[in-house]
Design a protein around this ligand. Structure first.
Ligand SMILES: Cc1cc2nc3c(=O)[nH]c(=O)nc-3n(C[C@H](O)[C@H](O)[C@H](O)COP(=O)(O)OP(=O)(O)OC[C@H]3O[C@@H](n4cnc5c(N)ncnc54)[C@H](O)[C@@H]3O)c2cc1C
Length: 405
């Protein structure tokens, strides 16, 4: 049996961040991390394709929260306490500089997640934090205001505990046993599987800016679209997968999407096509791409409109141009499943946010029980926002936990 002031369950992103901050705010406290694996921080290591997309260069809390399909309302207050700029400063104070990429994602200047891992492990050592690797939490009990945590490797007692176990079904079950409500977990951040003649032969093609709707729902998004071997990916799709995580799961990942490849309404597009008949009269329709579309995508959409490769603009009929306008502005594709987006994925669902005090990240069900990171029903679109949730929650919980007055 081991006694500590604070036991943190989970040696991942939020667990390490919380432990280091608790020990920094109050060096008197004995802090222990219980971690299931041999070395922890696994997701940090593989994050952002091995580069760790630490946060995002969005410095206005009201704007930042818009990236969280679950947690938007609840995170506004916390972001006023610990924002992306604070993350940058926190790492800089510890010798880790971050850089901003064109799309706003922020990475360590070193371009490797190892820098973040080294930073966490060195800081934890400096702060005297005990890390118990290969300790799997098995049960949580509370007796006389003391928490008792049983693991496969012994029991731990603590005044305060922080659960930072990410998306662990087993831990969610334990928390349900403590009286917490768990919102059913479903995957978020995935790509769409589509088998369709129009995209079959053109993987790798990117449409720079498209509008997409999921038919029969209110779901829609904008952004770049990537055609892959399996179907569609890139931000326009990932955003839909995040904001539609629950709805799309309910539909068994089978639904129709409508894409406007050129962000121009059908009627306006048709007018442009009709006008093109004169200056382009003798040229083949398939040959010269329009609206800045990638050439190979233009070719596929022209063929899908029933305009054969030899047809010149002068001979293109009204119905053909109408079909082409429809392909360009409201092309419908059948989605038949999802694939994992290798760079980043998260789980929607977790501890119900109604049961958390967002000024402290303490449970409203049990005193001295705190949560941070993905264990909560919070998740974000891709771009560094999921880690920012981990840092913000862990920091605020740490501040409150370390205050022993
Ligand atoms: C491939 C991939 C890439 C990603 N890239 C990015 C990115 O670049 N940017 C971004 O913002 N987000 C990214 N994410 C999401 C991000 O990694 C998570 O949102 C974040 O790690 C959540 O932090 P956490 O501390 O809540 O959970 P985790 O980091 O998952 O840590 C949870 C820890 O708890 C431990 N644990 C679980 N159960 C037990 C138990 N019973 N007993 C003891 N320990 C336990 C686990 O072993 C783990 O170490 C990525 C995710 C994946 C899968």
């Amino acid at each position: 049996m081991i006694q500590a002031d604070v036991v943190i369950v989970g040696g991942g992103a939020s667990g390490f961040f919380a432990a280091i901050n608790i020990a920094t705010f109050n060096p008197e406290l004995k802090v222990i991390i219980l971690e299931r694996t041999k070395e922890g921080l696994k997701k940090v290591r593989i994050s952002g394709g091995g580069r760790c997309n630490v946060t995002h260069a969005e410095f206005i809390p009201q704007e930042l929260v818009l990236n969280y399909p679950r947690g938007e309302k609840e995170l506004l207050g916390p972001f006023h306490q610990f924002m992306t700029g604070d993350t940058v400063a926190w790492f800089e104070e510890r010798g880790v500089t971050l850089k901003i990429e064109d799309d706003g994602r922020m990475f360590p200047t070193s371009n490797t997640s190892q820098t973040i891992i080294d930073c966490f492990k060195n800081e934890a050592k400096k702060c005297g934090i005990t890390i118990k690797y290969e300790h799997v939490l098995k049960s949580i009990k509370k007796r006389d205001n003391i928490w008792c945590l049983d693991t496969n490797n012994g029991s731990f007692y603590a005044n305060k505990i922080l659960i930072a176990t990410g998306s662990s079904i087993k831990v969610w079950n334990l928390l349900e046993g403590l009286g917490h409500a768990i919102v059913t977990p479903v995957p978020s951040l995935f790509t769409f599987n589509v088998t369709d003649k129009r995209i079959k032969d053109i993987p790798g093609v990117v449409a720079k800016e498209v509008d997409i709707k999921v038919l029969g729902t209110h779901l829609e998004s904008q952004g770049p679209l990537l055609i892959t071997h399996e179907g569609f990916s890139a931000p326009a799709i990932l955003k839909l997968s995040a904001f539609g995580a629950l709805e799309l799961a309910e539909r068994g990942y089978r639904f129709q999407i409508q894409i406007n490849f050129i962000k121009i309404p059908y009627g306006d597009c048709l007018e442009v096509l009709k006008e093109l008949k004169y200056p382009m009269a003798k040229k083949k329709v398939i040959k010269f791409t329009q609206f800045g579309l990638p050439k190979r995508l233009w070719q596929q959409l022209v063929l899908a409109s029933g305009i054969k490769a030899h047809v010149i603009w002068a001979d293109a009929s009204k119905p053909q141009l109408e079909r082409l306008s429809a392909q360009l502005t409201k092309a419908v594709f059948q989605v038949k499943g999802k694939s994992t987006f290798k760079e980043e994925f998260v789980t929607a669902g977790g501890v119900d946010l109604k049961e958390i005090n967002f000024k402290t990240f303490e449970s409203k069900v049990h005193k001295n029980l705190y949560f941070a990171g993905e264990v909560l029903n919070i998740d974000a679109v891709t771009g560094g926002f999921n880690f920012q949730n981990a840092w913000t929650g862990a920091y605020i919980a740490a501040r409150h936990i370390s205050n022993t007055e």
